[in-house]
Ligand binder design. Sequence first.
Ligand code: CUA
Length: 321
Amino acid sequence: MENEVSNLVKQGSFWLPESASTVSSNVDKLYYAIAWGSTLIFLFMLAVGLYFLYAYRRKNKDQMAEKQITHNNVIELAWTVIPLIIVMGIFWWGYTDYLKLMIPPSDAQEIRVTGKKWLWQFEYPKDGIKTLNEIVVPVNKPIKLVMSSEDVIHSFFIPNFRVKKDVIPNRYSRIWFQAEKEGVYQIFCTEFCGDGHSGMLATLKVVSEEAYQDWLKAGSGSDDIPLLALGEKVYKAKACNTCHSIDGTPLTGPSWKGIYGKKHTGQDGKTRLVDDNYIRESVTNPAAFVVQGFPPVMPTYAGLLSDREIDAIIEFIKEQK
Ligand code: CUA
């Protein structure tokens, strides 16, 4: 999956990644118009400046300075009115595109997005499906994301679609897009939100209508993978790896290396054996026992992982010797 994402990142131009939604090409046109327009104006100013430098240089040693010129109505009006017309044109162009970006079509399918330290949770209200760090949507259908945060300010960004918006606690923000090309797209958090910010990633899969219907029917579809392999998948896909290393490095949370069967010391100095029940409790009710030296910041995964996925995580931790 990571390879599919990087292939898409490689496409596109030097300036911008591949444009893949119905409104992203509008954003690109405006961006290039402003960027190249500014470059032309800059080169024009530079040329005029260099010409004046040469044309009005001091030509002999005792040349007197020109007397002060107060103003020139024609030139001053021209350099006021022409830029005004240009910037009002850019405003009109930008504002009409902004409205297209901000107002979702009335038939857009809704998906709810919750940002929290440090993962993205998605819920399909009509289909009862919840996912972590992965959304699947059909191609050529308008999708509306209704977003809020459970803790600090995050920001939801899909570069290929040119949509980005802050995700804020106690308020809903929304974006919409209609994907034009099937593929796997990278989603970033673009608001610095703490230790795990750079790992707060998700992927967007755009699939055909049939594949989407199959995906909805299959649910999370994790039943046929062996537990250990599923555990490794969950470790990465559900963002455990943002805070828990498997090489012994302490991150925001304790490393998983060699913890199974050992004892963890809590904030109050009491110890607990790291066994199956301890891991299960830590996943579903992380505040119940916080390991000494670590902040109590882990979100609960209750209702977000199936029992089988929790079993898989336990097997995966056992393997980290
Ligand atoms: Cu969430 Cu950065």
